[in-house]
Write a protein that binds this ligand. Structure first.
Ligand code: NAD
Length: 257
C-alpha cells in the first residue's frame, strides 16, 4: 500500500468526531482522501478533527448528521452536498464508512421496545439508507465499510440487542457485496473487540482489574486501540483490498480464540 493510497478519493465517515470514527477519518485523510467527518451533535469535536487533519496536510470538512430518525439519510446527503464543495465534485464519493453506532443496550429483561427501536435505527437502519441513497454518488470501484463488532459472533447476553444489530449489519454487508460487485464496489465489515474509547470509559479506564480482564481476552494480551481498527479500514479502502468483499474482518486482536 503506497503512502498516499487514497489520493483523489472522497470518503464519508459517520460518527467521525470521536473514538474509532475519528481515528478512521484521520487515517483516511493521511492516505490522501478528502474526508467528510459526519457528527451527531458535537460540532466542536468534529471541527477539531477537521483542524487536526488540515494541520497534518490533509483535506476534510465536517457535516452534521444525527442518525436514528426517519429521513436521516436524506438529511445526511443534503448536508454533504451543502458542505462538500471542492472536496466532492458533483457530490461523488468513493468510500462510505458506516461507523456511527450506539455501543450498548439493556439486557433482555429490561429492554424496552423504544430501546430496541433506537439501537436498530442508528446501527442498522441508518447505514442501510445511507448506502441506498448514496449509491448514485458512489463511484464504480468504490468501497463500503461497515463497523460491526465481535459481539456479532460471541454470545454476550447482557448486550443482546446491540449484538443483534451488528449481526444484521454483517448480513447487510454480505448482500451489498453481491449486489454491487458488478460495479467493482466492495463491501466489508470490520468487527472490533474491546477498544479503548469513551463508550467503554466508565467501566474500563482507571479500573486495573477490568483493564487486565479486557486485555486478557485478546490473544495479543492488550486492549485494542482506535488505530488498530482504522488501519484495517484503510487497507479495505485501498486498491490493495480490491479482491476482498463480503467479509467480516476480525479486529479483536484474536479475542475468544
Ligand atoms: P463512541 O461512542 O466513542 O463513538 C460512536 C460514534 O457514533 C460517535 O461519534 C457518536 O457521535 C456516533 N453516534 C452515536 N449515536 C449517533 C446518532 N444517533 N447519530 C449520529 N451519530 C451517532 O464509540 P466507538 O467505540 O468509537 O464506536 C464506533 C463504532 O465501533 C460503533 O459502531 C461501535 O458499535 C463499534 N464498536 C466499538 C467497540 C469498542 O469497544 N469501542 C467494539 C466493537 C464495535
Amino acid at each position: 500500500m503506497g503512502a498516499r493510497a487514497l489520493e483523489g478519493k472522497t470518503a464519508l465517515v459517520t460518527g467521525g468526531s470521536r473514538g474509532i470514527g475519528r481515528a478512521i477519518a484521520q487515517r483516511l485523510a493521511r492516505d490522501g482522501a478528502a474526508v467528510a467527518v459526519a457528527y451527531a451533535r458535537n460540532e466542536a469535536a468534529a471541527e477539531e478533527v477537521v483542524e487536526r487533519i488540515r494541520k497534518d496536510g490533509g483535506r476534510a470538512f465536517a457535516l452534521r448528521a444525527e442518525l436514528g430518525r426517519h429521513g436521516d439519510a436524506a438529511r445526511l446527503w443534503a448536508a454533504f452536498d451543502a458542505h462538500a464543495g471542492e472536496y466532492a465534485p458533483g457530490g461523488a464519493v468513493d468510500i462510505i464508512v458506516n461507523n456511527a453506532g450506539i455501543g450498548r443496550s439493556p439486557d433482555l429483561s429490561s429492554l424496552t421496545e423504544d430501546d430496541f427501536d433506537e439501537v436498530f435505527a442508528v446501527n442498522v437502519r441508518a447505514p442501510f439508507f445511507i448506502v441506498q441513497q448514496g449509491l448514485k454518488r458512489l463511484r464504480d470501484g468504490g468501497r463500503i465499510i461497515n463497523i460491526s463488532s465481535g459481539a456479532a459472533r460471541i454470545a454476550l447476553p447482557e448486550i443482546m440487542a446491540y449484538g443483534s444489530t451488528k449481526g444484521a449489519l454483517d448480513t447487510f454487508t454480505l448482500n451489498l457485496a453481491k449486489e454491487l460487485g458488478p460495479r467493482g464496489i466492495t463491501a466489508n465489515s470490520v468487527a472490533p473487540g474491546i477498544i479503548d474509547t469513551d463508550v467503554n470509559a466508565g467501566w474500563l479506564r482507571g479500573n486495573p482489574q477490568a483493564e487486565a480482564q479486557a486485555a486478557a481476552l485478546s490473544a495479543l494480551g492488550r486492549i485494542g486501540r482506535t488505530e488498530d481498527v482504522a488501519d484495517i479500514v484503510a487497507f479495505l479502502a485501498s486498491d490493495d483490498a480490491r479482491w476482498v468483499t463480503g467479509q467480516v474482518i476480525d479486529a479483536t486482536g484474536g479475542s475468544g480464540l
